[in-house]
Design a protein around this ligand. Sequence first.
Ligand code: ADP
Ligand code: MG
Length: 425
Amino acid sequence: MTLPPAPEPRPTDAARALFSELTGRAPDGLWSAPGRVNLIGEHTDYNDGFVLPFAIPHRTVAAVGLRDDDRIRVTSTFADGPVEVALHELDALFPTRRDEQGTGSDHAPAVPEWAAYPLGVAWALRQAPSTGSGTQEATGSGTQEATGSGTQGVDIAIASDVPVGAGLSSSAAIEGATASALNDLWGTGLDRTALARIGRRAENEAVGAPTGIMDQMASMRGETDAAIFLDCRSLDAHLVPLGVAEAGLAILVIDTRVKHAHSTGGYRERRASCELGAATLGVPSLRDVAVDDLPRARELMDDVTFRRVRHVVTENQRVLDTVRTLREQGARGIGDLLVASHLSMRDDFEISVPELDTAVEAALAAGALGARMTGGGFGGAAIALIEQDAVDTVSNAVGAAFAASGFAAPALFTVVPSAGAHRDA
Ligand code: ADP
Ligand code: MG
């Protein structure tokens, strides 16, 4: 008889243990935030468009305790060791500026990149207008000292079971867990949408990754059984019941293990193309371009810019179509929309990689109703909408296709829509 493998420590236990290793005491509390899968609506968020993500069961946990000085110390099971700075030093560390090409930072902060996520959240939160008990000064230039809240030091220990760099937004999860903890302990009193903005500001300005608001909103505001239909211009969010299990279906995640990085290269280039397309069309953002406007757009811009524009414009429409189809027909109706989204990212936006295409093709060939890459692209994960009883068949088919192509084995698991950020203990 073979014994089952020892269970992995849950991230709550791991964060608690790491905290006591760091400080020799128990934390004041534990806060967690999930990763997310984006069902559809890719690279539409920073174009003021629509997205339809949901939070997944995988979570990042922050065990946090107040200190009696003004220093902030962070550590993570993912990192080599703790990083410690005085809170007032954060204002000198951030924001990080990238060079014109966006290929790297010309003012790289003097902390390891992973630490820029939690420290960036602390920095952004100290700059935010407070609705809590603390007094506040006007914000604006982003350089003023915070008062009232955010002046007491903290120790933070982080553990996670969100795959890192897999397009499942471990970045929003670490931001959401940290922001929730500091918001409670510092009494900043911000709501979940405001905390999502704090996370985004940390990612954009402290880390230097030019991402939109989708990931943070999904992680902060996720709910069990529902996707979040988010208008990234107004930040209006509506829950859309997915009913995947009720329809006898499951969502399989295929993590290709090809790591992507948002703070470099392609992501930044795609953003620039979208801005050029919008400027050429004389609109504030591609959100303001309809599918019917595409023939005119084709006349006005080069082929590459046009195809980037066409992806965003048609993807926005596909999100709207997906929401309507979910309401009218349920999850079984959305397969073709997922496939169309993938093809648009492969051919027009050109952010797929061979591993993602193989995952999608193999899943569809094995009977998936629909499949697409999810997240920013250039690696990361794909999702497949499959029959509940086909999890093994599809997983095996994808594994075999990867082996036949000489790719490293993917990680395969199913996900259900799960709760957003909250306090655990
Ligand atoms: P994704 O969000 O798709 O996982 P990103 O590149 O946006 O990928 O974010 C991954 C980065 O976030 C990691 O390289 C690391 O710097 C940071 N990060 C995420 N989770 C953790 C963690 N648990 N501990 C420390 N850093 C983390
Ligand atoms: Mg991310």
